[in-house]
Ligand binder design. Structure first.
Ligand SMILES: *Cc1c(COP(=O)(O)O)cnc(C)c1O
Length: 367
């Protein structure tokens, strides 16, 4: 069905950028620059500068950013890696594909890792923590880094939803040992297909990631250092992303304005919990605008009826997908979130009219 208010507007997005994006693609193709060429190096340099780190390594997806970060960090069979159950499945799959054991803990009210639960989950086999900056909200990185330093653990930030979000004026993805980004088309910085990047200040981790993404091969010497992967960021993707990265600050400002409009127009409804939190350490990038309602499914059906498209990230806790073979856990906040969350329309093309129509439909909902 077509919605009056779609969740995202990819055709409008392309229309506003058509000249620059088309030029980036045809220029790259005309030069014959297809794999690991200048456009990729230029994008990596711009991304590293934006995030505030020394190195950015373009890879095939956000999943690969996580997996290759973990392999570069020496995570392997028998190691425990602590992360949240309330995340996209790729966070956990990357741990499993290293042969390591995902230890899933609960989230706090703001949907990011519960730091006390994280601390309780540490054992002698714990090797790393993967904080997930969900919905564009950074985790409490001061607390996480001080735990990691005290226990000698690696920190791999899942910043796939948080490019441009910050914690105490430090960008998500610049605080742990590595940061992992996704350029899946509907992320705040989206490519024209899959893509991702690893950010780090550590030259050894950056080098390992560059080898792992190209079948373990050192391109200068031809020597193989690992059984690696075919997982570089395509040169054409990099050229397009390099164009789009220049627009990211204005898109993030737009997302923050849309979020503020939702806040102003929905704050009076006591059957809704809005994603605005009192801490001043974080600056959220609003990858998603996620409200909570005890009547989520009825509210979602009501909005659909009114032509407003919403999404649920995610309705079923990961450990309940039995084929994944994850250890059964009881995580009350995660379970409540799965029942209650609803993502409202949010993108760099979401208009004030979209917000108005969405808000009006919510106001006519009878809880
Ligand atoms: C999108 C996403 C990923 C994975 O990114 P892909 O590019 O789709 O592989 C990982 N973690 C989180 C939290 C995400 O939202």
């Amino acid at each position: 069905m077509t919605y009056r208010v779609p969740f995202v507007r990819p055709r409008d997005h392309y229309r506003t950028l058509k000249c620059e994006v088309d030029a980036a693609i045809t220029d790259t193709l005309a030069r014959g620059d297809l794999v690991l060429r200048q456009q990729l190096r230029d994008f990596e340099a711009r991304l590293a500068e934006y995030v505030g780190v020394k190195y950015a390594v373009g890879v095939a997806s956000g999943y690969h950013a996580l997996h290759l970060s973990m392999l570069a960090s020496g995570i392997g069979p028998g190691d425990e890696v602590i992360t949240v159950a309330h995340t996209f499945v790729a966070t956990v799959s990357a741990i499993v594909h290293c042969g390591a054991i995902p230890v899933l803990v609960d989230v706090a009210r703001d949907h990011t890792i519960d730091v006390a639960a994280l601390e309780r989950a540490i054992t002698p086999r714990t090797k790393a923590i993967v904080p997930v900056h969900l919905n564009g909200r950074a985790c409490d990185m001061d607390a996480i880094m001080s735990i990691a330093r005290a226990r000698g653990l690696m920190v791999i930030e899942d910043a796939a939803q948080a490019l441009g979000a910050s914690f105490r004026d430090r960008m998500a993805g610049s605080i742990g040992n590595t940061g992992c980004f996704s350029f899946y088309p509907f992320k705040a910085l989206g490519g024209i297909g899959d893509g991702g990047a690893i950010t780090t200040d550590d030259p050894d981790l950056a080098r390992a990631a560059m080898l792992l993404r190209f079948n373990g091969e050192d391109r200068d010497s031809g020597e193989y250092h690992y059984h690696g992967y075919t997982a570089t960021l395509d040169n054409v993707q990099a050229a397009v992303l390099d164009v789009k990265l220049r627009r990211l600050p204005e898109w993030l400002a737009h997302r923050r304005r849309i979020a503020e409009l939702y806040r102003q127009r929905l704050a009076t409804l006591d059957h809704l919990t809005l994603p605005h939190f009192p801490e001043v350490s974080q600056s959220d990038s609003f990858q998603n605008y996620v409200v909570r309602s005890a009547h989520r499914d009825r509210l979602r059906a009501h909005l659909k009826e009114a032509g407003v498209e919403t999404l649920v990230h995610w309705p079923t806790p990961l450990w309940c997908h039995h084929r994944l073979g994850l250890r059964r856990v009881r995580l009350p906040e995660t379970e409540a979130i799965c029942r209650e969350v609803l993502s409202l329309p949010m993108s760099s093309e979401t208009t004030e009219n979209d917000v108005e129509a969405t808000v009006e439909a919510i106001h006519t909902f009878v809880p």
